[in-house]
Design a protein around this ligand. Structure first.
Ligand code: CA
Length: 262
């Protein structure tokens, strides 16, 4: 969990809240990875545009406008990607990149540089960035680079996840139970994928919020319960061999043991 001061500050300054989550919930999964993204940029027009574009693609996005704040956020949440500007108050993007790598984090970093200068790009890559984009950039190119970094993360994973008679294909977004297709929203799929990659593992609700939503969602939110209820309805329906289990006082899991005999 992040320091209380960060969470409070973020919640107060939030422009994306439950309403945006409801919008995202209506988006149907189209086969792209859902990422928890930290955008580090002190120019509000740019950070807002990036956040809007990535949120529209279903990603959970936080914004930090200061280099030191970014380091604290990165240590507090399980980000899948950092989009990092170079010129920042507090600590510049090169310094942020170096500090994060020194700490042993391998989170993919896409650096934004205002200057199309060779030395900036070399410095960024040398400090541990995975890719860079020169400002001004087209949002379509940013989205393409995000997709490429996401693909790199999922290489080597088994193409289809199978738990009992449930099948998920993260590449296409297809979900079947007993051969019957199931249509899930972006975030429902992300939650089910997390469960299916760790059958039997109990996920505490705070961990699910940290992984699947941005920092605007407080631990008091009932968003996890709402999504688990929807998933259970779609995946388990009226079946007596329900796969999605509540572990009282601990959280939720996908059952690892075999379903009861018919
Ligand atoms: Ca800047």
């Amino acid at each position: 969990m992040p320091p209380d001061s960060l969470r409070t500050r973020r919640a107060d300054g939030a422009t994306i809240g439950p309403d945006a989550a409801r919008v995202r919930a209506c988006q149907v999964w189209k086969g792209a990875s859902v990422l928890r993204v930290l955008v580090v940029e002190d120019e509000p027009t740019i950070s807002a545009a990036v956040r809007t574009a990535l949120t529209a693609s279903g990603h959970a996005v936080d914004v930090a406008d200061d280099g030191l704040e970014a380091i604290a956020w990165e240590a507090s949440y399980p980000y899948d990607l950092l989009i990092l500007d170079v010129v920042l108050p507090g600590l510049d993007g090169f310094g942020v990149c170096a500090r994060i790598r020194e700490r042993g984090s391998s989170v993919p970093i896409l650096m934004l540089t205002a200057l199309d200068q060779l030395q900036d790009r070399v410095t960024g890559l040398d400090r541990g960035a995975d890719d860079y984009l020169v400002k001004p950039f087209a949002m379509a190119e940013l989205q393409a680079r995000v997709r490429a970094l996401a693909r790199r993360q999922t290489q080597g994973r088994p193409p289809t996840l199978r738990v009992h008679d449930l099948e998920l294909d993260p590449a296409t977004g297809a979900v079947r139970r007993g051969g019957e297709p199931i249509e899930l929203s972006v975030r429902e799929f992300a939650m089910l994928e997390l469960f299916a990659r760790h059958p039997g593992h109990v996920f505490h609700r705070d961990r699910l919020i940290d992984k699947l939503w941005n920092a605007d969602f407080s631990p008091e939110s009932n968003i996890v319960e709402v999504y688990v209820r929807n998933l259970r309805r779609k995946v388990d329906g009226g079946r007596r061999d329900g796969l999605i289990q509540t572990v009282r006082g601990s959280g939720y899991r996908l059952r690892a043991d075999g379903p009861p005999p018919p």
